[in-house]
Ligand binder design. Structure first.
Ligand SMILES: [Zn+2]
Length: 345
C-alpha cells in the first residue's frame, strides 16, 4: 500500500544518505528505453513483467537473470555509464539524498569487454559534473562477483590506488551467495584496505547467517550489504552490534526478492532494536520501482519508525560511509540541520 502523498513529501524533504545502490539497477526507465532503441525500436519497459504493480521475483537468481537480460539492451558503452551516473545523482538530489555510494560491477565490464579504467574515469567525470550542479556528493564502490571470477578481482588489485584518485571509495562483493564462497577474496580485500578503500560484501540475502559470518571473518568488512538473515543467529546479531558492523538494508528489495514476506515482517526493526547499526537504501530503484522517500515512508508506516529513529538511521549512514572524518562531520551537520528545520515547521 502506498503511503499518503503528504507523508511522502515529508520524507522527501529530509536529508538522506544512500549507501547501497547499484548503478546498473538505478538507470532511469526513460533512459533504458532510449538506449535500448539502438538495438530494438519496439522496446518498451512497460512490456516487462517486473514493472507490474505487486510483482515479486521468484528469488535472487531470477532477479539477477532478469536484470542481466534487460541491461544487455541498455548499458553497453562507456558513455552509457557516464550518463547513468549523471542522471542518478540528479535523481538522488531530487530526493534530497545528500551523499550516495553507487556501486559498479567490474565483472559486468569484463563481460562487456569494456576498459575498466575508461569506465571509471567517465563515471568520475559525470560524478564531478553532477556534484557541481546539485547539492549531492558521491563515492563510487567497485564490485566483484562471486561467480568464479576471482581472477578479475586479482587483476584489479594493482589499480586500486589509481582508481582511488578517481572517486572510488570502497570495494564490494556481489551476486548470489550460493554462487561461491567469499573467503577466496581475502587477499583482494586486504589489498583494498592497504590502498585506503572501505570494505563491504553482500551476504545474508540469498543465504543465511553463515554467509554473514563468513564475510565478517574472512574479509573483515565494516559493512554488509543486506545481512538481514543475520537475524537467524542470536550470537551473530550480538556480534554485529558489539563490533559496530553496519548492515546496508534495502527493505523493498528484500520483499520483491522474497527474502522477507513484507515490510511489516522485515527484520530491520528487530535488528535496529538489538543495537545493530542499520542504514536504508533502495538497492536497485529501477528494478524495484522504489525511491528513498518510499523506503523511509514504509519504515514509518509499517514498522513504526519515528522521525527521531529515522534520523538515527541516517546518522548511522554518516558513520559508516567510506569518507574521511572531516567530510563526515559536514554530512552529520547537514543531517542534523535538515531534521531540526523540519521539526520547527
Ligand atoms: Zn545490493
Amino acid at each position: 500500500m502506498s503511503p499518503p502523498q503528504n507523508s511522502l513529501a515529508l520524507f522527501r524533504a529530509l536529508p538522506k544518505i544512500e549507501l547501497h545502490v547499484h548503478l546498473e539497477g538505478a538507470i532511469r526507465p526513460s533512459t533504458v528505453e532510449e538506449l535500448a532503441h539502438r538495438f530494438d525500436a519496439s522496446f518498451r519497459i512497460a512490456d516487462w513483467e517486473w514493472t507490474r504493480p505487486g510483482f515479486r521475483y521468484d528469488d535472487l537468481s531470477d532477479f539477477v537473470a532478469t536484470m542481466r537480460r534487460m541491461l544487455n539492451m541498455a548499458l553497453n558503452e562507456v558513455d552509457d555509464y557516464a550518463r547513468s551516473t549523471h542522471e542518478l545523482l540528479h535523481d538522488l538530489a531530487d530526493e534530497n539524498v545528500r551523499y550516495a555510494e553507487p556501486s559498479v560491477s567490474m565483472n559486468r565490464l569484463a563481460r562487456m569487454d569494456l576498459d575498466m579504467g575508461d569506465v571509471l574515469r567517465a563515471i568520475d567525470d559525470a560524478r564531478l559534473r553532477a556534484e557541481a550542479e546539485r547539492d549531492v556528493r558521491a563515492g563510487i564502490i567497485i564490485a566483484f562477483g562471486r561467480e568464479g571470477d576471482l581472477q578479475i578481482a586479482e587483476e584489479c588489485v594493482k589499480l586500486f590506488a589509481e582508481w582511488r584518485a578517481h572517486g572510488v571509495v570502497g570495494i564490494d562483493l556481489h551476486g548470489d551467495e550460493s554462487a561461491g564462497p567469499a573467503a577466496p577474496y581475502a587477499d583482494v580485500y586486504r589489498a583494498a584496505r592497504d590502498a585506503g578503500l572501505g570494505l563491504r560484501a553482500h551476504a545474508g540475502e540469498g543465504m543465511g547467517a553463515d554467509s554473514v559470518w563468513e564475510v565478517v571473518r574472512s574479509l573483515d568488512v565494516s559493512r554488509i550489504a543486506h545481512g538481514v538473515r543475520a537475524i537467524e543467529d542470536e550470537r551473530l546479531v550480538d556480534y554485529l552490534s558489539e563490533h559496530g558492523i553496519t548492515l546496508d538494508i534495502c527493505p523493498a528489495s528484500n520483499v520483491k526478492l522474497r527474502v522477507a514476506p513484507s515490510v511489516a515482517e522485515h527484520p530491520i526493526r528487530a535488528l535496529y532494536d538489538r543495537g545493530v547499526p542499520v542504514t536504508v537504501s533502495t538497492d536497485d530503484p529501477l528494478m524495484f520501482m522504489v525511491t528513498m522517500s518510499d523506503e523511509y515512508a514504509a519504515l514509518a508506516e509499517h514498522l513504526g519508525f519515528t522521525l527521531e529513529e529515522l534520523k538515527g538511521i541516517t546518522l548511522n549512514a554518516v558513520d559508516a560511509a567510506f569518507l574521511p572524518d572531516d567530510a563526515k562531520r559536514g554530512l552529520r551537520a547537514t543531517v542534523m540541520v535538515g531534521h531540526a528545520v523540519r521539526h520547527t515547521r
